[in-house]
Write a protein that binds this ligand. Structure first.
Ligand code: NIG
Ligand code: FE
Length: 405
């Protein structure tokens, strides 16, 4: 048995309680232990507590000296587009000069320009790209990540993306309805192809299906058709919704029993109430709103209304080129008016809930996976407070110390 004792932690912090998703007041509660240890056995956490209560005679065990460090659960990024080739730095410069994301998309750039690069790359290069991005995420304290396809939009590349994500340790989501590729005249004929030809194999590689419900992408009827077929094939459901315009993403997410509806920058007061009354988690992506200079999602109103919310990076080359959940936590505190505790729960246990893993990920407690992020900071709230800083001193992944770049 492999055993690792993380000892003499200045603080150990974990979202309070045992359930998920955390909502309302419970989202703001953390369990905090000072002068703490975490004992990992194989891939799981065996025990946690105060150093003075550490059992004597532990026998053979590796030790990680964590003096001056604080432990939070390994961060969980439940929404990324980490499998892509090329970049969009030229578009970034055009946007800086005034072009909008939607204009670039309508002109055949945007997502479609990454589709061209991704189709040309080949599976080996795509796997290498996800591995490189995974290392960036690990360096920023992320131990579990979801990643979407959606830059292939043909059978071969969509399936290659899903395999590459899995090979690099990610949780794959089939974003088969991200954009209509140029070889199709309209969204309906593209969906005829995707559902008949790609879904039968994507269902074996992916855990969930996702759709971009937006003006210029897929409308509500098309999204319903795609999601209904994906659910029948056994996939969990996600939606990109209310990013630029309200096209009915929240009622559709509730109707089809989606796990999440993600973005919500354009969500109305009515949508907030609908989401709060449902089991659908709202995934907030403030780095994307910042990167595109768009309004922030109504996070405070969602939490106060009782909605389940998670935070994620949306890491992708076009609308959010950042892998940093600590940066997202800073944006959550300064732009979304969430407390550091709410931000922490939103990118740990609630994000794990979106990925169907809240019984194993997102808390530091006996029985959970031994994934820990150790910050070099005097107080765990530096996670959000120290804007743009690299605080990650060490990462424990599946009970072993991960190599940081
Ligand atoms: O979540 N909005 C749709 N999809 C992504 C962006 C992907 C891209 O621009 O390449 C998003 O923002
Ligand atoms: Fe996204």
């Amino acid at each position: 048995m492999n055993r690792l004792l993380v000892r003499d932690l200045a603080q150990l912090v974990s979202p309070a309680g045992a359930g998920a998703p955390l909502r309302g007041g419970a989202l703001a509660q953390v369990d905090l232990v000072e002068d703490a240890y975490v004992l990992c056995e194989d891939r799981r956490i065996a025990a946690t507590g105060r150093m003075r209560d550490l059992p004597a005679g532990l026998g053979e065990v590796d030790e990680l000296d964590a003096r001056g460090l604080v432990a939070i659960p390994g961060l969980v990024d439940c929404h990324t587009h980490a499998c892509f080739a090329g970049d969009r730095v030229d578009e970034f410069a055009l946007r800086a000069a005034g072009a909008t994301y939607e204009e670039l998309h309508a002109a055949g750039g945007g997502i479609i320009s990454t589709v061209r690069a991704t189709r040309a790359a080949g599976e080996e290069a795509l796997t290498a790209a996800v591995e490189r991005h995974r290392q960036w995420m690990l360096d920023a304290g992320t131990t579990t990540f979801e990643a979407k396809s959606g830059y292939g939009l043909d059978k071969e590349t969509e399936l290659a993306q899903l395999r590459a994500i899995r090979a690099a340790g990610g949780i794959p989501t089939w974003l088969g309805a991200h954009a209509v590729p140029p070889e199709y005249d309209d969204a309906d004929s593209y969906l005829d192809f995707a559902l008949a030809e790609v879904l039968p194999e994507a269902r074996r590689l992916a855990e969930a299906a996702d759709v971009f419900l937006e003006r210029g992408a897929f409308d509500a009827d098309q999204a319903r058709r795609y999601l209904t077929a994906a659910a029948e094939a056994g996939l969990a459901l996600r939606l990109h919704g209310d990013q630029f315009t309200n096209q009915g993403a929240i009622p559709l997410a509730v109707e089809v029993g989606a796990r999440s509806v993600d973005h919500l920058e354009a969500t109305s007061a009515e949508g907030i109430v609908q989401l709060a009354r449902s089991d659908v988690t709202g995934v907030l992506l403030p780095a994307s709103a910042l990167f595109l200079d768009r309004p922030m999602p109504p996070a405070r109103a969602l939490v106060d209304a009782g909605a389940a919310v998670a935070l994620a990076t949306d890491f992708n080359p076009g609308s959010a080129f950042t892998e940093s959940l600590p940066l997202v936590c800073s944006l959550a505190a300064t732009q979304l008016h969430l407390s550091p505790a709410e931000a922490l729960a939103a990118c740990t246990v609630n994000a794990a809930h979106v990925l169907g893993r809240d019984d194993r990920k997102g808390r530091i407690a006996a029985g959970y996976d031994a994934d820990l992020t150790l910050l070099d900071a005097p107080d765990w709230r530096y996670l959000a407070y120290h804007l743009g800083h690299d605080h990650v001193a060490a990462v424990v992944l599946a009970g072993g110390r991960a190599e940081l770049g």
